[in-house]
Design a protein around this ligand. Structure first.
Ligand code: ADP
Length: 407
């Protein structure tokens, strides 16, 4: 109730005298309360309108009850056209290709169904659509508000993140350019180092051999890092190609294990393999599938101490093709498990034991699978071992057009 809702006091002057004292007092208090309420409401309104972020309030059914000026201008929609409408229907969210984000992944729906604050996921940009169909990248946070035990509505706060997205893209383009330019000189160093190592240019003494070997290994590590950076930038820019073709998974996994043979032998690691059925052929991109096997198997070997065991299985089930890489290694501490697919993350327990590593491998594998239509997850216990699982659809990987293949 506002002050205007009460009968004007001056008209009641005569009858005021006739009012019993307590009624008069109650009337005055009511008028004061209405005045305070009107002031609070005006202050809240001014506060809401002065905020640069878009704000939308909804009721428990997701129907819009309030919207501020910033939201109106960002969405280019009138307040009167939005009040009372469903937030998910009248404010569509799409991905960078303009494809609508399914309801179950929208923060507005998640906040209402779980009763917990929800934001758009890290690593994927959501876009709000304006009235004219154009779109802008947006950071969304939805907070449900609860009365007693019941969710009675949500507050959606959003921000146009065009500038941040542009900076991010420029940074990724720079990494892509720099790593691409670094590949040629690194390949030249490798080539000459190999020639010297072969002694095709003359005999080397033991000290020269040792130094050359160190240079050669450092160069290989640099090539791996530059390739990983290039791959990350191509995945993030969305320029990479997925070209599925019938690929023998057993043959591929075996050839990756062969590449790792020196490391496997050096640590006396026992390898177990199981292919069911044998010679399984799947319609996948061979380069990308190789990257998946390389990362999972080399991690298992790298993070397993001497005389440990690494088991690989590739199995066709009714629903999918499941790749499993199990090791008896250091494991991943519980506290680090949430971040394992985050770019550049390395768990503390392995950083001391294995200094080599970029923290990019699993991020690359997960990004590939997200686009190609697969999934990756793991189980791990510190000190006991880790099992990584990859699931690929029976029909293989989804094709994707692009300009570059991964390194
Ligand atoms: P890198 O191995 O180059 O550090 P990855 O992205 O491949 O980067 O892996 C990220 C982190 O995940 C590793 O640094 C390590 O902490 C953890 N990790 C991955 N695989 C295993 C494994 N099989 N056993 C234990 N830790 C692992």
């Amino acid at each position: 109730m506002t002050k205007a809702d009460l009968p004007p006091k001056q008209n009641a002057t005569k009858s005021d005298d006739l009012m019993p004292d307590e009624v008069k007092r109650a009337y005055d208090e009511l008028q004061e309360g209405a005045q305070t309420l009107a002031e609070v409401s005006a202050r809240n309104q001014a506060l809401l309108e002065s905020i640069g972020d878009g704000i939308i309030a909804t009721d428990q059914d997701g129907l819009i009850t309030l919207i501020n000026g910033s939201a109106e201008s960002m969405l280019d929609k009138k307040r009167s056209d939005l009040i009372g409408k469903s937030v998910v229907e009248s404010v569509p969210v799409v991905d960078n290709k303009g494809k609508e984000i399914p309801l179950y992944r929208r923060p507005e729906v998640l906040a209402l169904s779980t009763g917990k604050p929800s934001s758009n996921p890290r690593g994927q940009t959501y876009y709000y659509k304006r009235k004219d169909g154009s779109q802008f990248p947006v950071g969304i946070t939805v907070t449900p508000f609860v009365l007693g035990e019941k969710i009675v509505g949500t507050i959606v706060v959003f921000r146009d993140i065009t500038i941040e997205t542009d900076i991010d893209r420029t940074k990724t383009e720079f990494v892509s350019l720099a790593s691409h330019q670094l590949r040629t000189p690194l390949a030249t160093i490798r080539w000459y180092a190999e020639m010297l190592k072969d002694e095709s240019l003359g005999k080397l003494n033991e000290e020269q051999k040792e130094y050359l070997e160190t240079m050669y290994k450092s160069n290989l590590r640099m090539i791996d890092l530059v390739d990983a950076l290039l791959n990350v930038s191509r995945l993030e820019l969305g320029t990479f190609i997925i070209e599925p073709k019938p690929t023998d998974l057993e043959e591929m996994a075996d050839s990756v294990l062969e590449e790792l043979a020196v490391k496997i032998q050096a640590k006396s690691i026992q390898i177990e393999k199981e292919y069911s059925p044998k010679d399984l052929v799947l319609n996948v991109d061979p380069k990308l599938t190789r990257i998946i096997f390389q990362n999972l198997l080399s991690n298992a070997v790298k993070y397993t101490p001497e005389k440990g065991k690494v088991s690989l299985s590739v199995e066709k089930t009714d629903k999918d093709i499941q790749i499993r890489v199990k090791d008896t290694g250091y494991g991943i501490p519980k506290k680090d498990q949430k971040q394992i697919f985050t770019k550049l993350f390395r768990a503390d327990n392995v950083k001391v034991k294995e200094t080599e590593g970029t923290g990019l491998g699993l991020y690359i594998v997960q990004s590939i699978l997200e686009t190609a239509g697969g999934k990756i997850w793991f189980e791990s216990e510190e000190g006991k071992g880790t099992t990584f699982y990859v699931s690929l659809p029976l029909e293989g990987m989804k094709q994707k057009k692009g300009t570059k293949s991964l390194a």
